[in-house]
Design a binder for this molecule. Structure first.
Ligand code: GUN
Length: 291
């Protein structure tokens, strides 16, 4: 059993991005810029945006964070996005989700210029990804595929089971894994809350991506000997001493000995999502996708 080290892999990616940014600057090119919008006071969102800001600084990006009040109207928020769409110093824009209930997330996503949509949530990027055209791929699916590629894990012809059908993880990762070519060519099954015979389906999988957000859902008896398990879950739970601990969607201690590869939580997929956002922002600055 080998533990897939997302921390080490993301550090390597960050070093690559840092070197590339330094090279761009030495050639007199503009510094890549990422703008993040945070609406309201959700503590978890605040932590995520703070980390993204720190990552940007570490790799040498220009980072702009707009912290806007919970009471902002949808119209005012859309106006802020439109300003960033035309700001020449900004290559990538992200609006941290979730948003307050009175604001339509879909409207917000579709207001971001798709050429600056480094979260890969805009329907143009999602659609292009589905038909195999160059696009921004959202951070978590991109990070997962990158981990499989960097660990040289064979995917061609493998049975891959994706647990969860969210727009952010389940659907896009299932799509990427079924595409022709590198880290693709899998036979993919997407499972969800209405799936029957889940245990048998998981048992027949060579690769399982657990992304349903239920702590320790995937038990050892659902995993076959030698499977690759990618754990996307991250839930904060308190133990008997009221100490907070992060757990994934996999019952790690029991499942890990059966796996050929497994991602831990924390330190697996999580750090890769942060690295993927940096990779997408660099692509945006270099106009790699849309010219
Ligand atoms: N909320 C949870 N995950 C994400 C993400 O990847 N991007 C944004 N913008 N918000 C999120």
């Amino acid at each position: 059993m080998e533990i897939i080290d997302g921390k080490k892999t993301s550090a390597a990616i960050k070093a690559e991005v840092t070197a590339e940014v330094a090279k761009m600057k030495s050639e007199g090119k503009r510094t890549p810029g990422l703008a993040a919008i945070l609406v309201g006071n959700d503590p978890a969102s605040g932590v995520y945006v703070g980390r993204k800001e720190k990552d940007c600084k570490e790799v040498g990006f220009h980072s702009l964070v707009l912290r806007l009040p919970e009471t902002i109207t949808e119209e005012e928020l859309l106006a802020e996005i439109k300003k960033l769409n035309t700001n020449p110093d900004i290559d990538g824009i992200i609006v941290q989700l979730p948003l307050p209930k009175h604001i339509s997330e879909q409207k917000v996503i579709e207001t971001i210029d798709y050429k600056k949509d480094v979260d890969g949530f805009h329907p143009i990027n999602v659609g292009r990804m589905v038909i195999g055209l160059p696009s921004y791929v959202s951070a978590t699916p991109f990070g997962i595929v990158e981990l499989l590629a960097r660990y040289k894990i064979e995917t061609a012809g493998k049975n891959c089971v994706v647990l969860g059908r969210s727009n952010i993880v389940g659907r896009p990762v299932a799509n990427l894994l079924s595409q022709k070519g590198n880290s693709g060519d899998c036979t993919v099954t997407i499972c969800h809350s209405r799936t029957k015979n889940l245990n048998e389906i998981c048992k027949a999988a060579d690769i399982i991506v657990a992304a349903m957000g239920i702590p320790e859902f995937l038990k050892a008896d659902m995993v076959s000997e030698g499977a690759v398990v990618i754990d996307v879950g991250i839930t904060r739970v308190e133990n008997a001493e009221s100490k907070a601990k992060l757990v994934g969607d996999v019952k790690y201690d029991e499942a890990a000995p059966k796996c050929s590869y497994i991602t831990p939580v924390p330190g697996g997929v999580g750090p890769m999502t942060r690295a993927a956002l940096l990779q997408n922002t660099l692509k945006a600055a270099k106009k790699e996708i849309y010219g």
